[in-house]
Write a protein that binds this ligand. Structure first.
Ligand code: FAD
Length: 427
């Protein structure tokens, strides 16, 4: 069967599940979910809890996509900032979306607890100002979120206080967000898959759905069988390919890369990350990092906009890490891997429905650990008849990338390169 996990530290350290069998033959079910990442697995699990019969089709392995490769940061807030969201949808809806973002973090924690998912759950994120003026911007954000949204999870740390927590170089201050969590992403995805399977969801790995045309019929075709369902849910995000061509132009897959060092010498651990926080910076091409339970530094940095990964991912990401932690010069990098992030133009997810029976949620823009988990919950609620949360997410307009499906690359690449160049100026 197809579907070997990428050679990541996550795949090397997670208790992989026995393979679920590929689909052979024809099935009838209430809901067919395409894609076995957080979106698909969370949808399936929540629907099953409501008594629906559910089939999940996964082209490779569960958690093979971004859900098994990401930085493991579980952040509060939506990916777009609240002030922009207010302009797009008004204050009342913006407040609803803010609350949904907090509910999403809580949902991740609740699922982990309920299903006893052992996934290295930790707390707190430090968001570091890479440019001097961004320190003031972070302070203003804290005051705004506190005054308008009543959020009290944030505190601002000046550079000397930051140095108590981390030896990270080049930062002018930081926001500490106690409401954030972090975890081992593949262990979390596999835990969701196990919970779904235990609850009676039928999972078929190595089973690629063929293009779905219009959402008028709930029939999904694969190489060796079909699924006929009342509802079909798409959870393919950046790996959508040509499955539903009319949706492909709403998102752009961007490659992002992560490395894992060897376990750090114990003397370096308190210096690099005293309180075991997740950390990220304010650059457009964001650097993000955390420690694994066994003391490896998991560092994400650098991206590319082509269909290929760099030949040597370790060498590609390492300079980003050394710029921040020069003391890791002699530390070995043992793993390097990449994955596709599905971004939207406004960095808000794209929720919707096509025809009577095709539902989708995609474009989590690098914020999918909480948001895709929540998407699954909202999709399940909507299919069960309560569209309140789904409609709230869907109320944010989605814009197609200029050039649609085929021609979106050149404009996007130019835009991305412009912003990544700005990262390098004036620090
Ligand atoms: C390197 C990297 C770092 C990231 N860091 C973070 C982070 O720290 N915090 C955060 O919140 N988010 C982060 N993200 C984003 C987050 O991982 C995603 O938003 C989230 O995992 C999306 O989940 P999903 O289920 O929608 O998609 P995926 O997990 O990508 O799953 C989609 C699945 O669909 C399957 N599929 C595709 N086509 C078909 C088909 N035709 N038939 C059957 N199956 C199909 C694929 O095989 C895949 O398994 C990161 C992403 C990457 C790549």
């Amino acid at each position: 069967m197809s579907g070997k996990y990428p050679d990541s530290w996550y795949a090397a350290s997670a208790p992989l599940l026995a393979a679920f069998p590929p689909l052979e033959g024809d099935l009838n079910t209430d809901v067919c979910v395409i894609g076995g990442g957080y979106t698909g697995l969370s949808t399936a699990l929540h629907l099953r809890k409501k008594g629906y019969d559910v089939v999940v089709l996964e082209a490779e392995r569960v958690g093979w996509g971004a859900s098994g490769r990401n930085g493991g940061h579980v952040g509060t807030g939506q990916r777009a900032d609240q002030a922009s969201i207010e302009k797009w949808v008004g204050m009342e809806t913006a407040k609803g979306l803010w609350q949904l973002s907090l509910d999403a973090v809580a949902l991740v924690c609740a699922l982990i607890e309920e299903h006893r998912i052992d996934c290295e759950l930790g707390s707190g994120n430090l968001h570091l100002a890479a440019k001097r003026h961004q320190g003031a911007e972070l302070q203003a954000e804290l005051e705004y979120l506190n005054a308008v949204y009543g959020y009290d999870g944030l505190s601002y740390l000046g550079a000397p206080d930051v140095r108590e927590l981390t030896s990270a170089q080049g930062f002018h201050g930081a926001l500490l967000d106690k409401g954030c969590r972090h975890l081992h992403p593949l262990k979390y995805a596999l835990g969701l898959a196990r919970a779904a399977a235990d609850a009676g969801v039928r999972i078929h790995e190595g089973t690629r759905a063929q293009p779905v045309r219009d959402g008028a019929s709930g029939r999904v075709t694969t190489a060796n069988g079909t699924v006929t369902a009342q509802h079909v849910v798409l959870g393919c995000n950046a790996y959508l390919g040509n499955l539903v061509p009319r949706l492909a132009g709403n998102i752009m897959p961007i490659n992002n890369f992560v490395i894992a060092t060897e376990p750090l010498p114990s003397r370096l651990l308190p210096q690099v990350n005293r309180d075991n926080l997740s950390m990220s910076d304010t650059l457009f091409v964001i650097n993000y990092w955390k420690l694994s339970e066994e003391g490896r530094l998991l560092f994400g940095g650098g991206e590319n906009y082509s269909s290929r990964f760099p030949r040597d991912i370790k060498a590609f990401v390492r300079p980003h890490m050394l710029k921040i932690y020069p003391e890791l010069e002699d530390v070995d990098i043992e793993f390097g891997w990449g994955g596709a992030v599905g971004i939207t133009l406004n960095r808000m997810p794209d929720f919707g429905r096509i025809g009577g029976c095709l539902w989708y949620a995609q474009g989590f823009s690098g914020h999918g650990v909480p948001t895709a988990t929540m998407a699954g919950h909202l999709l399940a609620e909507a299919i069960d008849g309560d569209k309140t949360g789904f409609d709230l997410m869907a109320s944010v307009p989605t814009h197609r990338f200029p050039g649609g499906t085929l021609l979106r690359w050149p404009g996007l690449v130019a835009g991305m390169l412009f912003y990544s160049l700005r990262d390098k100026l004036g620090r």
